[in-house]
Design a protein. Structure first.
Lengths: 145, 145
């Protein structure tokens, strides 16, 4: 079989710091284009489960060991990544301790979910809106056509 | 940026025939390797949303117009596809009418969820076990590490 051409696959994590009041979340400032604030995440490696990719990227970029709680949704708008069509699986996760910016992150900070920084890269403003609904009522990201 | 190497991405649909007693599901017999019974589905095209890929593949293989109901889970075991690492998004969907085997499907039939045919291709036995839990209690596929 010739190798099919499909979108690239990534994984991102919304990391709740569960040892802090209000369970704030961790965002990184991207060292590489597209610049802006973003969820920790990155491309899935061949041979790697998507869940493991989310955990690995979170550790590489924040130093945190995260526990995955739920798959919030699969984001696949062809225009969501200016570098080309990349589908990302976004997980809600929990961690404790102090995150530190590493690897692809040139800075990092902790924010309340309703007060994220600007500008956000990719479609992460949409992702965080879905996350706020999840946090309020437990609903996962809607399917989008 | 050099193009990263990531797993291939596919989408599959568990199609409930909601105009029949007991809401049976549609499975196809694959015309191409790996042979066996399988959920209708296939590779996501670049530029296509994953949800649209599930709807397109279902239509191409069964002739049905499906309505997506939920994302059951993302299946990414590196060994789930003998052709190479392929991650698939599995949706629960509804349709009415008579499915007909087309395209990659050399045959097609309708089964109760607890009585699927054998052998099932890929990890579709696991997917259908998750689906039976979803149908019984509404729980989505567990995250797997």
């Amino acid at each position: 079989m010739p190798v099919p051409d499909t979108p690239l696959l990534a994984a991102d994590a919304i990391i709740e710091l569960t040892d802090r009041p209000g369970r704030p979340i961790v965002l990184i400032q991207r060292a590489n284009p597209p610049h802006g604030w973003a969820l920790p995440g990155g491309f899935v490696d061949p041979g790697e489960r998507v869940e493991r990719a989310a955990m690995r990227e979170a550790h590489e970029e924040t130093g945190l060991d995260i526990t995955l709680l739920a798959l919030l949704g699969l984001y696949s708008d062809p225009d969501r990544d200016p570098r080309g069509h990349t589908v990302t699986a976004v997980y809600v996760a929990a961690a404790q301790g102090t995150p530190r910016a590493m690897d692809d992150a040139c800075a990092l900070d902790v924010f309340p979910p309703d007060g994220p920084p600007s500008p956000l890269a990719f479609d992460h403003a949409l992702v965080l809106a879905d996350y706020r609904a999840y946090r309020a009522s437990g609903t996962l990201a809607p399917l989008r056509l």
